[in-house]
Design a protein around this ligand. Structure first.
Ligand code: NAI
Ligand code: CS2
Length: 485
């Protein structure tokens, strides 16, 4: 079995698309923090398209802020990897050449800062997960009690966090007299550009007020809406690709045909011809963000908890059950009333397409993967929607079911008896809070009392507490499917 690399690229089966440009001429114009599966299936595909168009400024240097896994997957492959698109019964494969290398920040943080300070780097993109910005999910403030944030404040020369690397690199660019880069967050957070800007300015302000002022004036942090369903790659995926191509690709990613990137048109330096590459530049990202986060992601999280509790391992299995599919439609009926759909987005069509995307069995999207980090996800996916519905005097039964499912999920056991560890940065706090509760309402009140997840106004709203409590009681007594039926 040969390993994918520059040397074996030519021998790939003809059906697999290759980069189609001279990689030796590519320059690194983008540094990406958090080189995970989504970046490789989404942003790097766009930068690869830019390189294919002849604009060789847009090579990507990947950075992992935590572990060496992706570096070890891609380095032997000269940065090459396949994007495998599952479309119904068929699939297409494309080798992406945009990634020029991967650095592992903890091994050499200075090398990352130096790379980000290169005058040829004009854009820094990020997918570090919702928790990677070290922001309080409810207030959006920098969590200065976070040990890594405290360490960055004490010694920004050896950064640890995503905001820390951004501040350190911008400081180095300022010292060298180089214009800042544009910071493009590609995480599922509302106003993600404004959030990462606030984190950077807060951190910089604690270190050097002049630097903070320079960043505030000269740098750009456009918000984005990003969408492509990219399940975590499994060893079976790698084996299946190897069996069908004769080539081993440890860095491959699998995804769906659908992809969308909406970026606020706010850059402080050069950028690819995004419009030509199918990326939407706009003055108003929020309507796109709200629709995506509240319809796709709100349903995704509810499916993950409620479907996962019912024993379904995959998203497509959940929506194949008419009871759950009908529940998702009810959730969308509630959520869509809180939206201000942007021109060009037909909500009825969008909902139909979402249900089809969720139903794609080839993706094998694990409910367990979506269930992770619920404390970081629910504020924008369900809680904000509930708050808006209640403010309008409207019901929130379906939305509350998703919250009730998340609370039940903290028990670490499905209705089929499968036990699991709750994957959430606040799992410990949640478990402690729930251990003291002895009733469904007590459990809801305990979670609502935790700062950083449920906004105070919602936590004080009897309609929210009673609504979630009633559904949680039904789930606990009759099971998820009966409670939703
Ligand atoms: P992944 O697990 O493949 O990669 C996650 C990346 O985030 C890794 O590089 C990891 O080291 C880094 N990371 C995790 N916690 C961190 C922290 N505290 N500080 C710094 N870096 C941290 O996950 P994937 O699929 O790439 O998703 C990453 C993010 O992309 C998601 O959290 C979401 O915000 C966004 N996204 C994902 C989509 C998907 O379908 N996978 C689709 C749309 C957005
Ligand atoms: C998912 C998202 O894991 C999750 O939380 O809901 O990663 C989802 O796949 C993407 O937002 C789709 O664009």
């Amino acid at each position: 079995m040969t390993r994918l690399s520059e040397a074996t690229l030519a021998g790939l089966p003809g059906a697999i698309e290759r980069p189609g440009y001279d990689r030796a001429g590519v320059r690194v114009g983008v540094v990406h923090l958090g080189i995970g599966a989504f970046h490789r299936a989404h942003q790097s595909v766009v930068f690869d398209d830019a390189l294919r168009s002849g604009d060789l400024r847009w090579g990507v240097l990947g950075v992992s802020l935590r572990s060496a896994g992706v570096r070890d997957q891609l380095q032997p492959q000269d940065g090459l990897y396949c994007v495998l698109v599952h479309d119904g019964d068929g699939q297409t494969a494309r080798v992406i050449g945009a990634v020029q290398g991967v650095l592992v920040a903890p091994e050499d943080p200075a090398a990352v800062v130096q790379a980000m300070a290169s005058p040829e780097v004009h854009i820094v993109t990020l997918t570090v997960t919702e928790k990677g910005y070290r922001l309080d999910p409810a207030t959006g403030a920098l969590i200065d009690t976070d040990p890594d944030v405290a360490a960055d404040i004490a010694d920004i020369g050896t950064p640890r966090t995503a905001p820390g690397f951004l501040v350190a690199a911008l400081a180095e660019r300022r010292r060298r007299g180089i214009a800042p880069f544009t910071v493009v967050s590609c995480d599922n957070l509302p106003h993600n550009g404004a959030r990462v800007r606030a984190a950077v300015l807060d951190l910089a302000g604690r270190i050097d007020a002049g630097l903070a002022a320079w960043i505030a004036t000269e740098a750009a942090f456009p918000s984005t809406m990003v969408d492509r369903i990219v399940p975590a790659t499994t060893s079976d995926d790698v084996a299946d690709l190897a069996a069908s191509t004769g080539v081993e690709d440890q860095g491959m990613v699998k995804t769906e045909p659908f992809t969308q990137w909406v970026i606020e048109d706010r850059f402080c330096g050069p950028r690819p011809d995004f419009a030509r590459l199918g990326v939407q530049l706009t003055g108003a990202v929020a309507p796109w963000e709200d629709a995506k986060l509240r319809l796709l992601n709100g349903a995704h999280s509810s499916i993950a908890y409620l479907g996962g509790l019912a024993g379904h391992a995959f998203v497509h299995q959940v929506v194949a059950d008419p009871v759950f599919a009908a529940f998702v439609e009810r959730l969308w009926d509630e959520a869509q009333t809180t939206l201000n759909p942007p021109t060009g987005l037909n909500i009825a069509d969008y909902r139909r397409d979402l249900m089809a995307r969720f139903g794609n069995p080839a993706l094998q999207h694990r409910t367990r993967q979506i269930a992770m980090d619920g404390s970081q996800k629910l504020p924008q996916r369900l809680l904000a929607t509930i708050a808006d519905r209640l403010a309008a005097g409207l019901g929130v039964e379906a939305l509350s079911s998703g919250v009730a499912g998340w609370i039940r999920w903290q028990g670490g056991v499905t209705e089929t008896g499968e036990t699991f560890a709750v994957d959430d940065p606040l799992a410990g706090d949640l478990a402690v809070a729930l251990a003291r509760a002895s009733s469904p309402r007590g459990r809801v009140e305990a979670i609502a009392a935790l700062s950083g997840i449920v906004p105070a106004a919602l936590a004080a709203d009897e309609r929210f507490i009673a609504g979630v409590s009633d559904i949680l009681a039904l789930i606990e007594s009759r099971g998820v499917r009966a409670a939703l039926g």
